[in-house]
Design a protein around this ligand. Structure first.
Ligand SMILES: Cc1cc2nc3c(=O)[nH]c(=O)nc-3n(C[C@H](O)[C@H](O)[C@H](O)COP(=O)(O)OP(=O)(O)OC[C@H]3O[C@@H](n4cnc5c(N)ncnc54)[C@H](O)[C@@H]3O)c2cc1C
Length: 547
Protein backbone atom coordinates (compact mmCIF):
# COMPACT_ATOMS: atom_id res chain seq x y z
CA UNK A 1 0.00 0.00 0.00
CA UNK A 2 1.42 3.45 -0.91
CA UNK A 3 1.71 5.67 2.18
CA UNK A 4 -0.79 8.57 2.38
CA UNK A 5 0.61 11.90 1.19
CA UNK A 6 1.29 14.64 3.75
CA UNK A 7 -0.87 17.82 3.41
CA UNK A 8 1.97 19.66 1.61
CA UNK A 9 2.50 16.85 -0.88
CA UNK A 10 -1.24 16.43 -1.33
CA UNK A 11 -1.61 20.13 -2.21
CA UNK A 12 1.40 19.93 -4.58
CA UNK A 13 0.02 16.83 -6.29
CA UNK A 14 -3.32 18.61 -6.79
CA UNK A 15 -1.63 21.58 -8.48
CA UNK A 16 0.05 19.19 -10.90
CA UNK A 17 -3.10 17.17 -11.51
CA UNK A 18 -5.08 20.33 -12.31
CA UNK A 19 -2.75 21.35 -15.14
CA UNK A 20 -2.39 17.89 -16.70
CA UNK A 21 -2.68 18.28 -20.47
CA UNK A 22 -3.57 21.99 -20.12
CA UNK A 23 -0.83 24.39 -21.30
CA UNK A 24 -0.73 27.40 -18.96
CA UNK A 25 -0.04 31.07 -19.68
CA UNK A 26 3.38 32.39 -18.59
CA UNK A 27 1.78 34.35 -15.74
CA UNK A 28 -0.25 31.41 -14.47
CA UNK A 29 2.68 28.98 -14.73
CA UNK A 30 4.84 31.38 -12.73
CA UNK A 31 2.20 31.69 -10.02
CA UNK A 32 1.73 27.94 -9.79
CA UNK A 33 5.48 27.26 -9.80
CA UNK A 34 6.01 29.59 -6.83
CA UNK A 35 3.17 27.87 -4.95
CA UNK A 36 4.57 24.45 -5.79
CA UNK A 37 8.11 25.45 -4.71
CA UNK A 38 6.76 26.77 -1.39
CA UNK A 39 4.99 23.48 -0.72
CA UNK A 40 8.06 21.43 -1.65
CA UNK A 41 10.29 23.63 0.50
CA UNK A 42 8.01 23.34 3.54
CA UNK A 43 7.86 19.59 3.10
CA UNK A 44 11.61 19.20 2.71
CA UNK A 45 12.30 21.42 5.74
CA UNK A 46 9.94 19.33 7.85
CA UNK A 47 11.48 16.04 6.79
CA UNK A 48 15.14 16.98 7.16
CA UNK A 49 17.15 14.55 9.25
CA UNK A 50 19.28 15.70 12.22
CA UNK A 51 22.46 14.95 10.25
CA UNK A 52 21.25 16.95 7.23
CA UNK A 53 20.48 19.90 9.54
CA UNK A 54 23.98 19.67 11.03
CA UNK A 55 25.60 19.73 7.57
CA UNK A 56 23.45 22.65 6.44
CA UNK A 57 24.33 24.57 9.59
CA UNK A 58 28.03 24.00 8.98
CA UNK A 59 27.71 25.13 5.35
CA UNK A 60 25.87 28.20 6.52
CA UNK A 61 28.71 29.04 8.96
CA UNK A 62 31.19 28.45 6.10
CA UNK A 63 29.36 31.09 4.05
CA UNK A 64 29.86 33.64 6.86
CA UNK A 65 33.57 32.80 7.02
CA UNK A 66 35.25 33.81 3.74
CA UNK A 67 38.74 33.10 5.08
CA UNK A 68 37.60 29.66 6.26
CA UNK A 69 36.19 29.03 2.78
CA UNK A 70 39.49 30.09 1.17
CA UNK A 71 41.35 27.72 3.52
CA UNK A 72 39.00 24.85 2.72
CA UNK A 73 39.35 25.40 -1.02
CA UNK A 74 43.15 25.66 -0.79
CA UNK A 75 43.38 22.63 1.50
CA UNK A 76 41.18 20.48 -0.72
CA UNK A 77 42.99 21.62 -3.83
CA UNK A 78 46.62 21.50 -2.75
CA UNK A 79 47.24 19.70 0.51
CA UNK A 80 46.41 16.13 -0.40
CA UNK A 81 47.98 15.95 -3.85
CA UNK A 82 51.23 14.38 -2.70
CA UNK A 83 51.70 10.75 -1.73
CA UNK A 84 54.32 11.79 0.82
CA UNK A 85 52.78 12.25 4.27
CA UNK A 86 55.53 14.64 5.28
CA UNK A 87 54.84 16.83 2.25
CA UNK A 88 51.10 16.84 3.03
CA UNK A 89 51.75 17.78 6.66
CA UNK A 90 54.10 20.56 5.58
CA UNK A 91 51.50 22.01 3.20
CA UNK A 92 48.70 21.79 5.77
CA UNK A 93 50.82 23.60 8.37
CA UNK A 94 51.70 26.23 5.78
CA UNK A 95 48.01 26.81 4.93
CA UNK A 96 47.00 26.92 8.60
CA UNK A 97 49.67 29.56 9.22
CA UNK A 98 48.57 31.52 6.19
CA UNK A 99 44.80 31.48 6.73
CA UNK A 100 44.48 30.66 10.43
CA UNK A 101 42.26 27.88 11.80
CA UNK A 102 38.81 28.22 10.16
CA UNK A 103 36.19 29.72 12.46
CA UNK A 104 33.26 27.81 10.93
CA UNK A 105 34.45 24.43 12.28
CA UNK A 106 33.22 23.06 15.63
CA UNK A 107 35.46 23.53 18.69
CA UNK A 108 36.88 19.98 18.60
CA UNK A 109 38.09 20.23 15.01
CA UNK A 110 39.47 23.70 15.66
CA UNK A 111 41.41 22.40 18.67
CA UNK A 112 42.81 19.52 16.58
CA UNK A 113 43.95 21.92 13.86
CA UNK A 114 45.55 24.29 16.41
CA UNK A 115 47.55 21.35 17.79
CA UNK A 116 48.50 20.21 14.26
CA UNK A 117 49.75 23.70 13.38
CA UNK A 118 52.19 23.80 16.27
CA UNK A 119 53.88 20.48 15.42
CA UNK A 120 56.94 20.13 13.19
CA UNK A 121 56.06 18.44 9.86
CA UNK A 122 58.26 15.47 10.81
CA UNK A 123 55.87 14.74 13.72
CA UNK A 124 52.61 15.93 12.13
CA UNK A 125 53.17 13.54 9.21
CA UNK A 126 52.05 10.66 11.43
CA UNK A 127 48.62 12.29 11.77
CA UNK A 128 48.16 12.65 7.99
CA UNK A 129 46.50 9.22 7.43
CA UNK A 130 43.95 10.26 10.09
CA UNK A 131 43.40 13.62 8.39
CA UNK A 132 42.90 11.89 5.03
CA UNK A 133 40.50 9.41 6.58
CA UNK A 134 38.60 12.34 8.11
CA UNK A 135 38.41 14.15 4.72
CA UNK A 136 37.15 11.00 3.04
CA UNK A 137 34.50 10.35 5.68
CA UNK A 138 33.45 14.05 5.75
CA UNK A 139 32.88 13.92 2.01
CA UNK A 140 31.40 10.41 1.90
CA UNK A 141 27.89 11.80 1.38
CA UNK A 142 28.89 13.39 -1.95
CA UNK A 143 31.63 10.98 -3.04
CA UNK A 144 30.91 7.35 -2.39
CA UNK A 145 33.54 4.72 -1.69
CA UNK A 146 34.36 2.99 -4.97
CA UNK A 147 35.51 -0.26 -3.32
CA UNK A 148 33.32 -3.03 -4.78
CA UNK A 149 31.69 -4.27 -1.54
CA UNK A 150 30.95 -0.82 -0.13
CA UNK A 151 29.61 0.39 -3.48
CA UNK A 152 27.40 -2.63 -3.92
CA UNK A 153 25.94 -2.08 -0.44
CA UNK A 154 25.17 1.54 -1.26
CA UNK A 155 23.57 0.72 -4.62
CA UNK A 156 21.34 -1.89 -2.97
CA UNK A 157 20.21 0.46 -0.21
CA UNK A 158 19.40 3.21 -2.75
CA UNK A 159 17.50 0.72 -4.92
CA UNK A 160 15.47 -0.31 -1.87
CA UNK A 161 14.46 3.37 -1.55
CA UNK A 162 13.32 3.37 -5.19
CA UNK A 163 16.26 5.53 -6.32
CA UNK A 164 17.97 4.75 -9.62
CA UNK A 165 21.71 5.42 -9.60
CA UNK A 166 23.85 6.91 -12.33
CA UNK A 167 27.40 5.91 -11.50
CA UNK A 168 30.31 8.17 -12.28
CA UNK A 169 33.80 6.91 -11.61
CA UNK A 170 35.40 10.24 -10.80
CA UNK A 171 38.19 11.26 -13.08
CA UNK A 172 39.39 14.46 -14.68
CA UNK A 173 41.32 15.07 -17.90
CA UNK A 174 44.22 12.66 -18.14
CA UNK A 175 47.68 13.02 -19.64
CA UNK A 176 48.77 9.67 -21.02
CA UNK A 177 47.32 6.92 -23.16
CA UNK A 178 48.24 4.44 -20.46
CA UNK A 179 45.95 6.32 -18.08
CA UNK A 180 43.22 6.55 -20.74
CA UNK A 181 43.32 2.81 -21.25
CA UNK A 182 43.14 2.10 -17.54
CA UNK A 183 40.08 4.42 -17.22
CA UNK A 184 38.48 2.67 -20.18
CA UNK A 185 39.10 -0.67 -18.46
CA UNK A 186 37.50 0.72 -15.29
CA UNK A 187 34.37 1.79 -17.21
CA UNK A 188 34.19 -1.60 -18.94
CA UNK A 189 34.46 -3.22 -15.53
CA UNK A 190 31.57 -1.05 -14.24
CA UNK A 191 29.48 -2.10 -17.24
CA UNK A 192 30.11 -5.75 -16.44
CA UNK A 193 29.01 -5.25 -12.83
CA UNK A 194 25.45 -6.63 -12.51
CA UNK A 195 24.64 -4.01 -9.81
CA UNK A 196 25.25 -1.11 -12.22
CA UNK A 197 22.82 -0.23 -15.02
CA UNK A 198 23.58 3.45 -15.73
CA UNK A 199 26.96 5.22 -16.00
CA UNK A 200 28.23 8.68 -16.87
CA UNK A 201 31.62 9.27 -18.44
CA UNK A 202 33.69 12.19 -19.71
CA UNK A 203 35.36 12.01 -23.13
CA UNK A 204 38.53 13.62 -21.75
CA UNK A 205 39.05 10.54 -19.57
CA UNK A 206 39.03 8.01 -22.42
CA UNK A 207 41.43 9.73 -24.82
CA UNK A 208 44.50 11.63 -23.69
CA UNK A 209 45.51 13.28 -26.97
CA UNK A 210 42.50 15.53 -27.62
CA UNK A 211 43.68 18.07 -30.16
CA UNK A 212 41.17 20.33 -31.84
CA UNK A 213 43.61 20.97 -34.69
CA UNK A 214 43.51 17.26 -35.50
CA UNK A 215 39.72 17.24 -35.50
CA UNK A 216 39.02 14.09 -37.53
CA UNK A 217 41.79 12.17 -35.78
CA UNK A 218 40.44 13.13 -32.36
CA UNK A 219 36.79 12.41 -33.22
CA UNK A 220 37.82 9.03 -34.70
CA UNK A 221 39.77 8.01 -31.60
CA UNK A 222 37.05 9.05 -29.18
CA UNK A 223 34.45 7.29 -31.36
CA UNK A 224 36.42 4.03 -31.38
CA UNK A 225 36.52 4.03 -27.58
CA UNK A 226 32.89 4.98 -27.28
CA UNK A 227 32.03 2.03 -29.50
CA UNK A 228 33.79 -0.31 -27.06
CA UNK A 229 31.71 1.11 -24.23
CA UNK A 230 28.42 1.02 -26.14
CA UNK A 231 29.11 -2.58 -27.19
CA UNK A 232 29.70 -3.54 -23.56
CA UNK A 233 26.48 -1.75 -22.56
CA UNK A 234 24.54 -3.70 -25.17
CA UNK A 235 26.16 -6.98 -24.16
CA UNK A 236 25.71 -6.79 -20.37
CA UNK A 237 21.95 -6.34 -20.25
CA UNK A 238 19.81 -6.18 -17.16
CA UNK A 239 16.29 -7.61 -17.55
CA UNK A 240 16.85 -7.69 -21.31
CA UNK A 241 17.61 -3.95 -21.45
CA UNK A 242 21.04 -2.58 -22.46
CA UNK A 243 22.83 -0.51 -19.86
CA UNK A 244 22.76 3.25 -20.29
CA UNK A 245 25.82 5.41 -21.01
CA UNK A 246 25.72 9.14 -20.68
CA UNK A 247 28.39 11.61 -21.85
CA UNK A 248 28.93 14.32 -19.25
CA UNK A 249 29.77 17.79 -20.53
CA UNK A 250 32.86 19.59 -19.34
CA UNK A 251 34.73 22.51 -20.88
CA UNK A 252 33.38 24.60 -23.75
CA UNK A 253 36.37 23.35 -25.73
CA UNK A 254 34.87 19.85 -25.78
CA UNK A 255 31.27 20.80 -26.61
CA UNK A 256 31.30 20.32 -30.40
CA UNK A 257 33.73 17.43 -30.09
CA UNK A 258 31.49 15.52 -27.68
CA UNK A 259 28.43 16.12 -29.87
CA UNK A 260 30.34 15.08 -33.03
CA UNK A 261 31.59 11.80 -31.51
CA UNK A 262 28.16 11.04 -30.01
CA UNK A 263 26.39 11.50 -33.37
CA UNK A 264 29.07 9.72 -35.38
CA UNK A 265 28.85 6.53 -33.33
CA UNK A 266 25.06 6.49 -33.03
CA UNK A 267 24.75 6.95 -36.80
CA UNK A 268 26.45 3.59 -37.35
CA UNK A 269 24.06 0.75 -38.20
CA UNK A 270 25.43 -1.30 -35.31
CA UNK A 271 24.11 1.25 -32.80
CA UNK A 272 20.80 2.24 -34.45
CA UNK A 273 18.83 0.46 -31.77
CA UNK A 274 20.94 1.70 -28.93
CA UNK A 275 19.81 4.71 -26.86
CA UNK A 276 22.55 6.79 -25.28
CA UNK A 277 22.71 10.17 -23.58
CA UNK A 278 24.60 13.46 -23.63
CA UNK A 279 24.60 16.54 -21.38
CA UNK A 280 23.98 20.12 -22.52
CA UNK A 281 24.85 23.08 -20.30
CA UNK A 282 22.29 25.90 -20.28
CA UNK A 283 24.95 28.44 -19.26
CA UNK A 284 26.19 28.24 -22.85
CA UNK A 285 23.89 30.08 -25.26
CA UNK A 286 25.12 27.62 -27.93
CA UNK A 287 23.43 24.73 -26.12
CA UNK A 288 19.90 25.70 -27.19
CA UNK A 289 20.82 25.56 -30.89
CA UNK A 290 22.64 22.27 -30.35
CA UNK A 291 19.59 20.88 -28.53
CA UNK A 292 17.45 21.81 -31.56
CA UNK A 293 19.94 20.27 -33.97
CA UNK A 294 20.19 17.05 -31.92
CA UNK A 295 16.40 16.87 -31.70
CA UNK A 296 15.96 17.12 -35.49
CA UNK A 297 18.75 14.58 -35.94
CA UNK A 298 17.13 12.19 -33.43
CA UNK A 299 13.77 12.49 -35.18
CA UNK A 300 15.42 11.45 -38.48
CA UNK A 301 17.19 8.59 -36.70
CA UNK A 302 13.83 7.32 -35.50
CA UNK A 303 12.27 7.77 -38.96
CA UNK A 304 15.11 5.57 -40.27
CA UNK A 305 14.31 2.85 -37.75
CA UNK A 306 16.68 4.02 -34.99
CA UNK A 307 15.99 4.53 -31.29
CA UNK A 308 15.54 7.64 -29.11
CA UNK A 309 18.42 9.47 -27.44
CA UNK A 310 18.53 11.36 -24.17
CA UNK A 311 19.72 14.85 -23.21
CA UNK A 312 20.38 15.82 -19.61
CA UNK A 313 19.94 19.56 -19.18
CA UNK A 314 22.15 21.15 -16.52
CA UNK A 315 23.21 24.75 -15.95
CA UNK A 316 26.97 24.13 -16.05
CA UNK A 317 29.57 23.57 -13.37
CA UNK A 318 32.76 25.10 -14.78
CA UNK A 319 32.00 28.82 -14.71
CA UNK A 320 35.19 29.87 -12.88
CA UNK A 321 37.36 27.82 -15.25
CA UNK A 322 35.61 29.24 -18.35
CA UNK A 323 36.08 32.77 -16.98
CA UNK A 324 39.74 32.15 -16.34
CA UNK A 325 40.36 30.70 -19.79
CA UNK A 326 38.55 33.54 -21.52
CA UNK A 327 40.52 36.21 -19.68
CA UNK A 328 43.86 34.45 -20.21
CA UNK A 329 43.33 33.94 -23.96
CA UNK A 330 41.62 37.24 -24.80
CA UNK A 331 38.31 35.56 -25.71
CA UNK A 332 34.78 36.34 -24.66
CA UNK A 333 33.53 34.15 -21.81
CA UNK A 334 31.64 31.23 -23.36
CA UNK A 335 28.86 31.12 -20.69
CA UNK A 336 26.35 33.93 -20.28
CA UNK A 337 27.56 36.69 -17.98
CA UNK A 338 24.49 36.76 -15.72
CA UNK A 339 22.69 34.04 -13.81
CA UNK A 340 19.34 35.44 -14.97
CA UNK A 341 20.21 34.60 -18.59
CA UNK A 342 21.35 31.10 -17.60
CA UNK A 343 18.08 30.48 -15.74
CA UNK A 344 16.04 31.76 -18.71
CA UNK A 345 17.93 29.57 -21.19
CA UNK A 346 17.54 26.56 -18.87
CA UNK A 347 13.76 27.03 -18.85
CA UNK A 348 13.69 27.54 -22.61
CA UNK A 349 15.54 24.26 -23.08
CA UNK A 350 13.22 22.42 -20.69
CA UNK A 351 10.22 23.91 -22.46
CA UNK A 352 11.46 22.92 -25.94
CA UNK A 353 12.47 19.45 -24.73
CA UNK A 354 9.04 18.84 -23.19
CA UNK A 355 7.10 19.49 -26.40
CA UNK A 356 5.57 16.06 -27.04
CA UNK A 357 7.02 15.56 -30.54
CA UNK A 358 10.50 16.44 -29.20
CA UNK A 359 10.32 14.44 -25.96
CA UNK A 360 9.47 11.26 -27.85
CA UNK A 361 12.70 11.51 -29.89
CA UNK A 362 14.88 13.00 -27.17
CA UNK A 363 14.14 11.92 -23.62
CA UNK A 364 14.92 14.60 -21.11
CA UNK A 365 16.86 14.47 -17.85
CA UNK A 366 16.05 17.62 -15.88
CA UNK A 367 18.98 18.12 -13.52
CA UNK A 368 18.83 20.85 -10.89
CA UNK A 369 18.70 21.47 -7.14
CA UNK A 370 16.86 24.76 -7.59
CA UNK A 371 13.34 24.25 -6.28
CA UNK A 372 11.87 26.95 -8.50
CA UNK A 373 13.28 25.40 -11.66
CA UNK A 374 12.21 21.95 -10.51
CA UNK A 375 8.65 23.22 -9.92
CA UNK A 376 8.63 24.99 -13.31
CA UNK A 377 9.79 21.81 -15.04
CA UNK A 378 7.25 19.65 -13.19
CA UNK A 379 4.47 21.88 -14.47
CA UNK A 380 5.74 22.01 -18.06
CA UNK A 381 6.07 18.25 -18.34
CA UNK A 382 2.63 17.60 -16.88
CA UNK A 383 1.06 20.28 -19.10
CA UNK A 384 2.55 18.42 -22.08
CA UNK A 385 1.79 14.98 -20.64
CA UNK A 386 5.37 13.83 -21.25
CA UNK A 387 6.13 12.37 -17.82
CA UNK A 388 6.97 9.02 -19.43
CA UNK A 389 9.77 10.62 -21.47
CA UNK A 390 11.21 13.03 -18.91
CA UNK A 391 12.64 12.67 -15.42
CA UNK A 392 14.42 14.53 -12.63
CA UNK A 393 18.06 14.06 -11.77
CA UNK A 394 20.04 15.21 -8.76
CA UNK A 395 23.50 14.77 -7.26
CA UNK A 396 24.13 12.28 -4.47
CA UNK A 397 24.42 13.98 -1.08
CA UNK A 398 23.82 17.56 -2.26
CA UNK A 399 20.21 18.21 -1.25
CA UNK A 400 18.78 14.92 -0.02
CA UNK A 401 15.82 16.58 1.71
CA UNK A 402 14.75 18.14 -1.61
CA UNK A 403 15.50 14.94 -3.51
CA UNK A 404 13.11 12.92 -1.33
CA UNK A 405 10.26 15.36 -1.96
CA UNK A 406 10.84 15.39 -5.74
CA UNK A 407 10.90 11.60 -5.72
CA UNK A 408 7.65 11.36 -3.77
CA UNK A 409 5.89 13.78 -6.11
CA UNK A 410 7.13 12.40 -9.41
CA UNK A 411 7.49 8.74 -8.48
CA UNK A 412 11.14 8.44 -9.54
CA UNK A 413 14.55 10.05 -9.37
CA UNK A 414 17.90 9.42 -11.03
CA UNK A 415 20.74 10.13 -8.63
CA UNK A 416 24.18 10.98 -10.04
CA UNK A 417 26.54 9.07 -7.85
CA UNK A 418 30.28 9.92 -8.01
CA UNK A 419 32.57 7.21 -6.67
CA UNK A 420 36.29 6.98 -5.91
CA UNK A 421 38.33 4.32 -4.21
CA UNK A 422 40.89 5.30 -1.58
CA UNK A 423 43.63 5.28 -4.24
CA UNK A 424 41.51 7.29 -6.68
CA UNK A 425 40.62 9.99 -4.16
CA UNK A 426 43.02 12.41 -5.90
CA UNK A 427 40.61 12.44 -8.86
CA UNK A 428 37.82 13.56 -6.56
CA UNK A 429 39.38 16.88 -5.67
CA UNK A 430 38.14 18.89 -8.66
CA UNK A 431 34.67 17.45 -8.13
CA UNK A 432 34.72 18.47 -4.46
CA UNK A 433 35.74 22.00 -5.39
CA UNK A 434 32.88 22.25 -7.90
CA UNK A 435 30.37 21.09 -5.28
CA UNK A 436 31.74 23.48 -2.68
CA UNK A 437 31.39 26.26 -5.23
CA UNK A 438 27.84 25.23 -5.99
CA UNK A 439 26.92 25.33 -2.31
CA UNK A 440 28.53 28.68 -1.70
CA UNK A 441 28.43 30.63 -5.02
CA UNK A 442 26.82 34.01 -4.22
CA UNK A 443 23.93 33.63 -6.67
CA UNK A 444 23.42 29.88 -6.35
CA UNK A 445 20.16 28.56 -4.95
CA UNK A 446 21.76 26.12 -2.50
CA UNK A 447 23.62 28.95 -0.83
CA UNK A 448 20.28 30.43 0.21
CA UNK A 449 18.43 27.25 1.04
CA UNK A 450 19.52 26.97 4.69
CA UNK A 451 16.73 28.45 6.81
CA UNK A 452 14.79 29.44 3.68
CA UNK A 453 11.07 29.70 4.38
CA UNK A 454 8.19 30.88 2.18
CA UNK A 455 7.35 34.50 2.94
CA UNK A 456 10.82 35.56 4.18
CA UNK A 457 12.90 38.26 2.51
CA UNK A 458 15.28 35.69 1.06
CA UNK A 459 12.33 33.72 -0.35
CA UNK A 460 10.89 36.84 -1.99
CA UNK A 461 14.24 37.62 -3.60
CA UNK A 462 14.63 34.04 -4.98
CA UNK A 463 11.04 34.17 -6.16
CA UNK A 464 11.65 37.51 -7.94
CA UNK A 465 14.75 36.10 -9.69
CA UNK A 466 12.69 33.14 -10.85
CA UNK A 467 9.91 35.39 -12.11
CA UNK A 468 12.31 37.59 -14.12
CA UNK A 469 13.96 34.59 -15.75
CA UNK A 470 10.51 33.26 -16.78
CA UNK A 471 9.83 36.60 -18.50
CA UNK A 472 13.10 36.33 -20.44
CA UNK A 473 12.60 32.86 -21.88
CA UNK A 474 11.68 34.12 -25.35
CA UNK A 475 14.17 36.97 -25.47
CA UNK A 476 17.40 35.59 -24.02
CA UNK A 477 19.95 35.37 -26.82
CA UNK A 478 20.95 32.01 -28.32
CA UNK A 479 23.97 33.51 -30.13
CA UNK A 480 27.27 31.92 -29.10
CA UNK A 481 29.29 34.47 -27.15
CA UNK A 482 32.53 33.40 -28.83
CA UNK A 483 32.33 34.60 -32.42
CA UNK A 484 35.88 34.77 -33.73
CA UNK A 485 35.90 33.70 -37.39
CA UNK A 486 39.20 33.34 -39.17
CA UNK A 487 37.39 32.67 -42.48
CA UNK A 488 36.99 36.45 -42.68
CA UNK A 489 40.02 38.69 -42.85
CA UNK A 490 40.35 41.01 -39.82
CA UNK A 491 39.18 44.60 -40.42
CA UNK A 492 41.85 46.99 -41.67
CA UNK A 493 42.74 49.30 -38.80
CA UNK A 494 42.86 53.05 -39.12
CA UNK A 495 46.37 54.43 -39.32
CA UNK A 496 46.25 55.96 -35.81
CA UNK A 497 44.20 53.18 -34.16
CA UNK A 498 45.40 52.12 -30.74
CA UNK A 499 47.25 48.82 -30.53
CA UNK A 500 45.30 45.81 -29.43
CA UNK A 501 46.85 42.38 -29.23
CA UNK A 502 45.20 39.82 -31.51
CA UNK A 503 43.72 36.97 -29.50
CA UNK A 504 44.84 33.37 -30.06
CA UNK A 505 42.78 31.49 -32.60
CA UNK A 506 39.88 29.83 -30.83
CA UNK A 507 39.81 26.27 -32.13
CA UNK A 508 36.76 25.34 -30.07
CA UNK A 509 34.81 27.10 -32.85
CA UNK A 510 33.94 24.99 -35.88
CA UNK A 511 34.48 27.84 -38.37
CA UNK A 512 38.09 28.15 -37.23
CA UNK A 513 38.63 24.41 -37.61
CA UNK A 514 37.28 24.69 -41.18
CA UNK A 515 39.64 27.62 -41.77
CA UNK A 516 42.77 25.76 -40.65
CA UNK A 517 41.71 22.64 -42.54
CA UNK A 518 41.32 24.71 -45.72
CA UNK A 519 44.88 25.99 -45.28
CA UNK A 520 46.22 22.48 -44.79
CA UNK A 521 44.24 21.32 -47.82
CA UNK A 522 45.56 24.15 -50.01
CA UNK A 523 49.07 23.37 -48.85
CA UNK A 524 48.73 19.72 -49.79
CA UNK A 525 46.93 20.40 -53.09
CA UNK A 526 48.49 23.55 -54.51
CA UNK A 527 46.86 25.00 -57.63
CA UNK A 528 50.25 26.10 -58.90
CA UNK A 529 53.10 23.66 -58.37
CA UNK A 530 55.61 25.27 -56.02
CA UNK A 531 59.24 25.57 -57.01
CA UNK A 532 60.82 22.33 -55.78
CA UNK A 533 63.74 22.01 -53.46
CA UNK A 534 66.71 20.20 -54.99
CA UNK A 535 67.93 17.69 -52.41
CA UNK A 536 70.52 15.07 -53.23
CA UNK A 537 70.05 15.79 -56.91
CA UNK A 538 66.27 15.11 -56.80
CA UNK A 539 63.26 17.47 -56.85
CA UNK A 540 61.29 17.60 -53.59
CA UNK A 541 57.83 19.20 -53.52
CA UNK A 542 56.96 18.20 -49.97
CA UNK A 543 58.97 17.26 -46.97
CA UNK A 544 57.11 15.25 -44.41
CA UNK A 545 58.41 14.43 -41.00
CA UNK A 546 57.71 10.87 -39.98
CA UNK A 547 57.62 9.31 -36.58
C1 LIG B 1 22.35 15.13 -11.94
C2 LIG B 1 23.28 16.24 -12.27
C3 LIG B 1 24.25 16.04 -13.24
C4 LIG B 1 25.12 17.08 -13.59
N1 LIG B 1 26.02 16.91 -14.61
C5 LIG B 1 26.76 17.96 -15.03
C6 LIG B 1 27.59 17.87 -16.20
O1 LIG B 1 27.69 16.84 -16.87
N2 LIG B 1 28.29 18.97 -16.56
C7 LIG B 1 28.21 20.15 -15.85
O2 LIG B 1 28.85 21.14 -16.25
N3 LIG B 1 27.45 20.25 -14.74
C8 LIG B 1 26.72 19.20 -14.31
N4 LIG B 1 25.94 19.33 -13.21
C9 LIG B 1 26.03 20.54 -12.34
C10 LIG B 1 25.15 21.65 -12.87
O3 LIG B 1 25.69 22.14 -14.06
C11 LIG B 1 25.02 22.84 -11.91
O4 LIG B 1 26.28 23.31 -11.56
C12 LIG B 1 24.30 22.56 -10.66
O5 LIG B 1 23.26 21.67 -10.83
C13 LIG B 1 23.76 23.88 -10.07
O6 LIG B 1 22.66 24.34 -10.82
P1 LIG B 1 21.20 24.37 -10.17
O7 LIG B 1 20.18 24.54 -11.22
O8 LIG B 1 21.07 23.18 -9.32
O9 LIG B 1 21.27 25.61 -9.16
P2 LIG B 1 21.22 27.17 -9.32
O10 LIG B 1 21.72 27.68 -8.03
O11 LIG B 1 19.92 27.67 -9.79
O12 LIG B 1 22.26 27.51 -10.46
C14 LIG B 1 23.64 27.58 -10.22
C15 LIG B 1 24.29 27.64 -11.58
O13 LIG B 1 23.96 28.90 -12.22
C16 LIG B 1 25.05 29.33 -13.00
N5 LIG B 1 25.51 30.64 -12.47
C17 LIG B 1 25.58 31.05 -11.18
N6 LIG B 1 26.04 32.32 -11.11
C18 LIG B 1 26.27 32.72 -12.38
C19 LIG B 1 26.75 33.93 -12.98
N7 LIG B 1 27.09 34.99 -12.25
N8 LIG B 1 26.88 33.97 -14.33
C20 LIG B 1 26.54 32.91 -15.11
N9 LIG B 1 26.06 31.73 -14.59
C21 LIG B 1 25.93 31.66 -13.26
C22 LIG B 1 26.14 28.24 -12.88
O14 LIG B 1 25.94 27.35 -13.94
C23 LIG B 1 25.80 27.60 -11.54
O15 LIG B 1 26.27 26.26 -11.46
C24 LIG B 1 25.04 18.32 -12.88
C25 LIG B 1 24.06 18.51 -11.91
C26 LIG B 1 23.19 17.50 -11.60
C27 LIG B 1 22.13 17.76 -10.57
Amino acid sequence: MTPALTPNLQAAAEILENVRGKPQSVVERKRLAVQLSALMLSESNQTMTAEEKKIQAQLSRLMQDPIGKAFTMAMTDSAFRSHSHKRVADQLIYLLNQFGVPKYLDWLKRAELFAFKTMPASVAQFLVPMAMHELRSQTARVILPGERAALSKHIKSRKAEGVQLNLNHLGEAILSEEEAKSRLALYLDDLENPDIDYVSIKISTIFSQINLLAWDYTVDHISERLKLLYRAAIKHRIDGKPKFINLDMEEYRDLHLTVAAFKKVLEEAEFHDYSAGIVLQAYLPDSYLIQKDLTEWAKKRIENGGNWIKIRIVKGANLAMEQFEASARGWAQAPYTTKGEVDANYKRMVFYGCLPENARAVRLGIASHNLFDIAFSMLVRVENKVEAYTGFEMLEGMADHIRRVVQKLTGSILLYCPVATKEEFQHAIAYLIRRLDENTGPENFLRHVFGLKPGTESWESQSALFSTSCDEIDTVTADPRRKQNRLFAPPILEFNASFENEADTDFSLLQNIRWIESIAHAWENPEVKPIPLMIGGGKKFTIRSRG
